[in-house]
Structure formats: structure tokens, C-alpha cells
Design a protein around this ligand. Structure first.
Ligand code: UT7
Length: 336
């Protein structure tokens, strides 16, 4: 069990706008993968005391995917990464860095990134490692990739950035307050430095494991536990602050943003943030109805859906916001 700490009253977050990281990052292609088992809210109601009406009205979730036999965070990460690589028209030799964000990796070691590295046949001079920042993981990995592409002597110019989760493995199917909220999935992006694609980002954390945690080597309890209302308040506070901070750094307003992609934890959190910021109808993307909360995979899955749906024209600006266990949070303003 983590150390018990008092829940925040006003919510953590950047106290004042700070220096966001500016610099260009191009997303050449994305990919996504979900496992084969579709679990509807009615299916969950056969397992715990819940209903489609409660889940849909409180969260916006209508179904989720759970891994079946032979599927895992690794197989999802591999499939999403292979799809992104193929769509980018790149070969394994073009990839100079492989990062995977997850809190539900198959093994403590090797990392998911190393497993993907082996499966895709990436080069020996391509480093690979996992990033664990829970639901902020993909944006943390993206920021790490940008820094390493800019600062390191990598052997090739492209980075493979993945978010992959098999959360069904850490769900307590007797706890209705958590088991209905999450799903399995993966998303991936192939990125490189590019002055033609302006990028701003920020990341933050406040160590407080009491609000949301899942087992590990120091705990016999592998299940995920969450103080839902406290996390809801944290999220409702941090999304508008992160959006406002990135817009200020970029010298833009929300009207300049084509789409806002928040971590897909709860539709009510996203609606609250959209209303507070005065967003246009539909400007904040939502897809938790089909996937539920896939933690580090939720943002890259949404980006891939938007790309496949033709909603991301060249030059479009997408503002992503992640938040979750840790506590962690972060944002990225991308230009496509
Ligand atoms: O990804 C990391 C970030 N995570 C989040 O952002 C999650 C943030 N939190 C939330 O999304 C919401 O707090 C939840 C969806 C987790 C819960 O919604 P809520 O509106 O805050 O519900 P609640 O916890 O206040 O519970 C209300 C009632 C309770 O019953 P009583 O005490 O009023 O009789 C719960 O026992 O709903 C009950 N309840 C359920 N009823 C049917 C809790 N879970 C369920 C359920 N089905 N699955």
C-alpha cells in the first residue's frame, strides 16, 4: 500500500504558467490496436451490481475491450507500432528510438519497448525503454522522445512512441467503482524533429499514491484502487489550467485549436472542461463510449481515430491533455 496522504483540497498543478518546451515535432503516422473481446455495459452488469444506465450516464462509457487468451499489452503495443510504421512508409532501420508508455507491462523486465524492438526487428543502436506516468504516459513519452531526438546522437531520425495497456489484468471484478471504467488497447505514433511542425508541451507531477494506485512488487494486492471523486476534482481542475498554459505559451486562443484530445477517463470531466473554457461544440474529442479508459493508450488511440476519420488536415493544431495516477499531468500542442 502506498503512503496515505491527505487528498488535495484545491487540486495540484502548475501554480503559474511556466516555460513550456517549444520546438518542432512532426507526427508522420499513427496506429492503434484493440483486443478481440468486446465487453458491453450489460456484460459488466452480469458480473457486478451495476447497469448500463449508471455507467453511461456517469461516465459516457458504453463498452470496452478486454484481452483474450494470447493477447497482452505487448501484442497490442506491437500491432499498433507495426501499423504506424507501415503507414509512415518507414523501415525498422529508420527508427532511432523506441519508447512505450504503460503501467500494465507484461513483465517487470524486459520492457514492452524492448519486446516491440525485438518483434519489429529494430536496430541495435535504437534504444528502447518504458515510461510509466500512468494516464499521462503517452505525453511523457512524447516529450522524452522530443528531448532525446534533439539532444542525443541517435542512429536514426525517427522515434516510435507507443501507449499500451492491459488494464483488465489489474481490475478487481468485485469492485464496481473501478472495474466498469477501464479497457485494454494501444496506440502508437512515429515522430521526428521538424521546424515546420511547432510543438509546445508541459509535464507535472505531485506524488500522492493514495488517490489512485495499482499493485507492484511491494504489494500483494495487484488490483487498481481509486478515490473517484477526488480524482474527478483533480482532473476537472488540471485540464483547463493545462490548456490555458499551453495556449498562453504558444500565443494562441482556443479558437485557433482544431481539436482538443483529453485523456478519456470520463465524458463528464471533458464536458466540464470544455464548458469552462468556452469550447465550440465537438471541439473536445470523446471516444470513451467505445474504449472506456485505456490510460496511456487513450490519447494515441484518439489521435489515430481522428487521423483515420480525416479530421486532421496538414497544419491542423491538436491540443492534448493527460492526467492520472502519480499524480501526473501534462499537455502537448501539436501542429500536423
Ligand atoms: O484515468 C485516471 C483518471 N481517472 C479519472 O479521472 C476518474 C475520475 N472519477 C470519475 O470519473 C467518477 O468519480 C467515477 C465515475 C469514478 C464515479 O462517479 P461519481 O459520480 O463520482 O460516483 P460516486 O463515486 O459518487 O458514487 C455514487 C454512487 C454510490 O452509491 P451511494 O453511496 O450514493 O449509494 C456508489 O456506490 O454510485 C455508486 N456506484 C455505482 N453504482 C452502480 C459506484 N460505482 C457504481 C457502478 N454502478 N459501477
Amino acid at each position: 500500500m502506498p503512503e496515505q496522504r491527505t487528498a488535495p483540497q484545491a487540486g495540484p498543478g502548475p501554480a503559474a504558467p511556466g516555460p513550456a518546451r517549444a520546438g518542432g515535432l512532426e507526427i508522420a503516422a499513427t496506429g492503434r490496436a484493440v483486443p478481440g473481446r468486446v465487453i458491453t455495459n450489460d456484460d459488466m452488469a452480469r458480473v457486478v451490481d451495476t447497469s448500463d444506465e449508471w455507467i453511461a450516464s456517469r461516465t459516457g462509457i458504453r463498452q470496452r475491450y478486454f484481452c483474450a487468451e494470447g493477447q497482452s499489452a505487448f501484442t497490442l503495443a506491437r500491432d499498433a507500432a507495426a501499423q504506424a510504421l507501415a503507414r509512415a512508409g518507414l523501415s525498422p532501420a529508420d527508427i532511432g528510438l523506441c519508447l512505450c508508455a504503460s503501467f500494465t507491462a507484461d513483465n517487470a523486465t524486459p520492457s514492452l519497448a524492448c519486446q516491440v524492438h525485438g518483434a519489429l526487428g529494430l536496430g541495435e543502436e535504437c534504444p528502447a525503454f518504458d515510461v510509466n506516468a500512468a494516464c499521462t504516459g503517452f505525453l511523457t513519452a512524447l516529450g522524452t522522445a522530443r528531448c532525446m531526438l534533439a539532444a542525443s546522437a541517435l542512429a536514426a531520425p525517427w522515434a516510435l512512441v507507443i501507449g499500451a495497456e492491459c488494464i483488465s489484468r489489474v481490475l478487481d471484478m468485485a469492485d464496481r467503482s473501478t472495474c466498469v471504467l477501464f479497457g485494454d488497447g494501444a496506440g502508437a505514433a512515429v515522430v521526428r524533429l521538424s521546424a515546420a511542425h511547432p510543438y509546445w508541451s508541459c509535464l507535472g507531477a505531485r506524488g500522492d499514491g493514495a488517490l489512485l494506485h495499482a499493485g507492484g512488487t511491494a504489494s500483494a494486492d495487484r488490483f487498481l484502487h481509486m478515490q473517484g471523486q477526488a480524482v474527478f476534482r483533480f482532473a476537472a481542475d488540471i485540464i483547463p489550467r493545462t490548456v490555458a498554459r499551453l495556449l498562453a505559451e504558444a500565443g494562441l486562443t482556443l479558437a485557433d485549436i482544431d481539436c482538443v484530445v483529453c485523456h478519456q477517463a470520463n465524458g463528464r470531466i471533458i464536458d466540464h472542461a470544455a464548458k469552462k473554457l468556452g469550447a465550440r461544440p465537438g471541439q473536445f474529442y470523446k471516444n470513451m463510449d467505445r474504449y472506456a479508459n485505456t490510460s496511456a493508450a487513450s490519447i494515441p488511440i484518439a489521435l489515430d481515430e481522428l487521423a483515420r476519420g480525416g479530421r486532421l488536415a496538414p497544419g491542423a493544431r491538436v491540443l492534448c491533455v493527460g492526467f492520472g495516477a502519480g499524480l501526473t499531468w501534462g499537455g502537448a500542442l501539436l501542429t500536423l
